[in-house]
Design a protein around this ligand. Structure first.
Ligand code: ADP
Length: 532
């Protein structure tokens, strides 16, 4: 059952099991004008004390059930009621022990019947006054705390605003529904004002017309989902009327009770960055075009040059005499240099093909062991000149669905590197197979690669610090990696400076159906990464 809330004011609790006594007490105290609550047992008194505060308790000592002393004892045990003053009233026992017990149970006074009504009234008034003073003090203290808290909050808000005003980004605050309530100084300045009414229109009006519909929808969606969101959009700058790209982040603001109190949005000007990105993309495009055109144009005269060199060489070798021998030696040197030039142009052409996503694979059945044997035969002279013995360990025919000429290119590049950087020491080429994968490892004992360069060397135009004194432009391994990737394989290097290198190519016998990362977009992304 619901009990009515207690009346306000400094109430006095009267506890006596004799109705006549209660009536008499009421009559004495009524003139004070304070609420009087009467009960006829200790138990009821305890219940009342649970419901409300009292300024004073008048407690009969002799009661059936809980007597006055027991009741007082229980009242004093509860922290909330411990300090309520208690006056004991009794008709019996004026002896010292009785009085002493009353005080030891926490009584502030002890009245024996018959007592003087005026004395009781004036005593009650003293306690009620004390109680009221204390309540007033408490109320004042509370008020003071509230004032302090409000002042602190104001100071906090002020600091917060100053902080927001000091930031270079445009910042706005909105209520829980997304309606704008505040712009910081940078935001207002961007709109060409230093104050003025803050409305939603201040944002929507500044938005680029093309962005409006999309942004509205995204904002509505984000606000409904009550999660942070961000998007790039164009905002009109009042000073010159230009629309500049901004990255806008909108984050929810939560109140202490966990409810959504509003939104804070920051708009960071990324226009310069976006333009730089665009310029970079165009520059990369131009570079690719230049590479492609230049290498094609270089190749045509070089091809006829090499043909002429070949003819001349044949002619000189057929002729007799020292002069002819001298010419042959010189023409051989020209041929060697022309071959290097040809190789360089081939690499550049491959780069532009790969960058444009135009590397087409001719997949057919290929024997890896045979390709290795071909490459080895082709590079045998060069290896011998550099003093590197070539040792091939194959497992017989190793068939897979690959592109023979691209595989040849991979092995040629890796073996040429092993010879070039192999310091004249023996080189091992191993072919192994594990299930439907094939492993090709080329192991040299040369100058090795510092650990910090081992990832880098697979990127375009990247070379290890250790190879500074060797000719090369850092494209071979990049091309190798593109081809291996396109065939669905993986290339790794294991190397230590001055202790040689092992390049391992792990190839599936059949290319997985998913397209390899051989798209122009992939290459462009990588090129950009390199530029960053
Ligand atoms: P290039 O040899 O033309 O510089 P590559 O792309 O073939 O270009 O190789 C990139 C770099 O990797 C080389 O410059 C070299 O620093 C390092 N490198 C490649 N292979 C080896 C190897 N077998 N031993 C030591 N360093 C190597």
């Amino acid at each position: 059952m619901l009990e009515a809330p207690p009346p306000p004011g400094a109430a006095i609790l009267l506890v006596d099991d004799h109705p006549a006594n209660v009536v008499a007490l009421e009559a004495i105290l009524a003139p004070l004008g304070h609420p009087l609550v009467t009960v006829s047992s200790g138990e009821e008194a305890l219940r009342q004390i649970l419901r409300r505060d009292f300024a004073l308790i008048l407690l009969d000592v002799q009661m059936a059930g809980l007597d006055g002393f027991q009741t007082a004892n229980l009242i004093k045990q509860r922290p909330r009621s411990r300090y309520i003053p208690i006056i004991f009233i009794t008709a019996v026992g004026r002896d010292a022990a009785h009085v002493f017990r009353g005080y030891s149970e926490g009584a502030v006074d002890y009245l024996v019947k018959p007592f003087d009504p005026d004395i009781l009234r004036s005593k009650a008034q003293v306690f009620v006054d004390l109680y009221l003073k204390e309540e007033q003090l408490k109320a004042q203290e509370k008020l003071l705390r509230e004032h302090e808290r409000a002042a602190l909050q104001r100071a906090g808000e002020e600091r917060y605003r100053q902080l927001l005003d000091g930031l270079p980004q445009s910042i706005w605050a909105a209520d829980a529904e997304g309606h704008i309530t505040f712009w910081n100084r940078a935001g207002l300045a961007y709109q060409g004002r230093d104050s003025g009414p803050v409305t939603d229109e201040s944002l929507w009006g500044a938005l680029h017309p093309e962005d409006r519909a999309g942004v509205r929808e995204e904002f509505r969606d984000g606000i409904a989902r009550r999660v942070a969101f961000e998007r790039q959009l164009r905002l009109r700058r009042a000073s010159d009327g230009s629309h500049r790209w901004h990255l806008v982040r909108v984050v929810p603001e939560w109140a202490g009770d966990g409810s959504l109190s509003g939104w804070i949005a920051t708009a960071t000007d990324i226009d310069d960055q976006k333009k730089a990105e665009q310029t970079l993309r165009e520059a990369i495009g131009l570079r690719e075009d230049f590479l492609s055109v230049a290498s094609h144009e270089l190749r045509t005269p070089l091809t006829s040059l090499r043909l002429e060199v070949e003819n001349l060489l044949r002619f000189a070798r057929r002729s007799a005499g020292d002069a002819a021998a001298g010419v042959a030696t010189r023409v051989e040197r020209i041929d060697t240099q022309a071959a290097r030039l040809n190789h360089l142009i081939d690499e550049l052409l491959d780069v532009s093909r790969l960058a444009a996503g135009r590397l087409e694979l001719q997949i057919e059945e290929v024997d890896l062991a045979e390709v290795v044997a071909d490459v080895r035969a082709r590079l045998a002279d060069e290896a011998q000149r550099r003093g590197c013995a070539l040792d091939v360990r194959a497992i017989g025919k190793t068939i897979g669905s690959w592109d023979a000429s691209r595989l040849d290119q991979v092995i040629t590049n890796l073996l040429s590197n092993a010879i070039k950087y192999g310091a004249g020491k023996p080189i091992q080429i191993n072919i192994d197979a594990a299930g439907d994968r094939v492993l090709l490892a080329i192991h040299d004992h040369g100058l090795g690669i510092p650990p910090e360069d081992q990832d880098r060397i697979f990127h375009r135009f990247e070379r290890a610090a250790s190879s500074r004194n060797y000719a090369g432009i850092g494209l071979g391994l990049w091309i190798v990696k593109q081809i291996v990737d396109a065939l669905g394989g993986v290339i790794k290097v294991d190397s230590r400076p001055d202790r040689g290198s092992t390049f391992t190519v792990d190839l599936p016998r059949k290319r997985p159906t998913a397209p390899g990362p051989l798209s122009a977009a992939g290459v462009r992304a990588e090129a950009q990464q390199g530029a960053n």
